[in-house]
Design a protein around this ligand. Structure first.
Ligand code: 5GP
Length: 217
């Protein structure tokens, strides 16, 4: 064994949560575009597709009955109701990716993160929470983005405050004041987490090979 093949590792689960409007989707897109070793976990949802969203890429858009089936047959790693729609993470693609040493990015809320934190997969989790620089900024991002009626904006603001109240349940918290700076921090977190001893599954064999090489000198 050489240093070149000592780097096999178990994949990690990078969870990004934030109130909507804090820049999470932009950060996810940047990361997925730049890093071939991480794939997005595509969630199932009962909410209707928004314009431009593609079934199987942004979400699996499913009926209430299909969602209930997925829950009953244990096909979901976690699930939650957000804005009165149901969302859940299909289990199989995540397990396959981790086994293959691929990392998986999750854009899920605090409820889903709590469930993953209590699951057998908790050792694979890296939880990152994105905070907006201010509530004023969050509100203006929500208003310009969706052009929703006032009551919808207010409901989203109230959801956002609930989401924010869970910041302490995450391993890292980033205040997204400057997008590029926040992105760099996210990339650094991923690099450090990938290097952790527990994720490098071949280390025992690699160090034995180093010892053998030493003995043979
Ligand atoms: P949206 O409908 O705007 O795409 O997403 C609404 C919220 O649902 C976001 O906070 C998003 O992170 C969360 N969400 C999306 N997919 C999942 C999922 O599979 N599980 C959980 N728990 N939350 C999700």
């Amino acid at each position: 064994m050489t240093a070149a093949n000592s780097s096999r590792r178990r994949g990690l689960m990078l969870v990004l949560s934030s109130p909507s409007g804090a820049g999470k989707s932009t950060l996810s897109r940047m990361l997925l575009g730049d890093d071939a070793d991480i794939d997005l976990s595509v969630s199932a949802t009962t909410r209707p597709a928004r314009s431009g969203e593609i079934d199987g890429k942004d979400y699996y858009f499913v009926s209430q009955d299909r969602f209930t089936d997925m829950v009953d047959s244990d096909e979901l790693l976690e699930y939650a109701t957000v804005f009165s729609n149901r969302y859940g993470t299909p289990r199989k693609p995540v397990e396959d990716a981790l086994e293959a040493g691929k990392d998986v990015l999750f854009d899920i809320d605090w409820q889903g993160t709590q469930q993953l934190s209590q699951s057998q997969m908790k050792g694979d989790l890296v939880r990152v929470f994105i905070l907006p620089p201010s509530i004023g900024e969050l509100e203006s991002r929500l208003r310009t983005r969706a052009k929703d009626p006032e009551d919808v904006v207010q409901a989203r603001m109230s959801e956002a405050m609930t989401e924010i109240s869970h910041w302490a349940e995450y391993d890292y918290v980033l205040v997204n004041d400057d997008l590029d700076e926040t992105y760099n921090k996210l990339v650094n977190i991923l690099a450090v987490e990938r290097a952790k001893t527990v994720r490098q599954v071949d280390l025992v064999a690699f160090v034995r090979a180093l010892e053998d090489e030493h003995k043979a000198l």
